[in-house]
Design a protein around this ligand. Structure first.
Ligand SMILES: [Zn+2]
Length: 185
């Protein structure tokens, strides 16, 4: 099983950032997503779990190209999961995970992620598993999930994901969910 890690957006993507908070801090989603994917990749490396960061660039790469890069492995017959890592926005709070509506395997994987997240982040609302017709989930041929790791435009959430402890705990929950998925076969 190969874990394909996707870090949403790029340095030039408009929007996709928190407000500048009164303390001067701001979260840029592309940067957060890359930091998260780097932390997850480092932990997978230590555990000898096969993985690939599909967007090593800091610039944005189209969703179609991201899906194409993931599909290279699928077309070689390599069993894989695509995990796309994001931070949420829109004024809410908490953690949630998406899967493509018609993919039962992706839904089962998303449920594992949500179960792990509810234990890993007890101080935040768990918004659970949602299905959505996102392009990356639709075009990726392997099972795929998209995690929304708290709300960058809500201070309580953003403060956590700006912190090293928050980043490490969110990386850990991804790794734990991936281990659980691999264990379940
Ligand atoms: Zn995003």
């Amino acid at each position: 099983m190969k874990i394909l890690l996707d870090n949403g957006h790029g340095a030039e993507t408009p929007g996709k950032r928190s407000p500048v908070w009164p303390n001067g801090k701001q979260l840029l989603e592309w940067k957060f997503n890359r930091e998260m994917v780097a932390l997850i990749a480092a932990e997978l490396q230590q555990l000898d779990i096969e993985h690939q960061v599909i967007v090593p660039e800091t610039t944005d790469v189209s969703l179609a190209e991201r899906a194409n890069r993931a599909n290279v492995y699928y077309s070689k017959g390599i069993k894989c999961i695509l995990v796309s890592v994001h931070a949420n926005a829109g004024g809410g709070t908490g953690w949630e995970v998406f899967h493509y509506p018609s993919s039962e395997v992706s839904k089962a994987y998303a449920q594992i992620f949500a179960q792990v997240a509810s234990k890993a982040l007890p101080e935040f609302k768990n918004r659970g598993v949602k299905s959505e017709n996102f392009q990356i989930l639709r075009q990726a041929k392997c099972p795929s999930v998209l995690t929304e790791n708290l709300f960058m435009d809500t201070w309580k959430d953003c403060e956590f994901i700006l912190s090293q402890e928050g980043k490490e705990r969110i990386a850990k929950l991804h790794v734990t969910a991936i281990q659980q998925i691999i264990k379940n076969g």
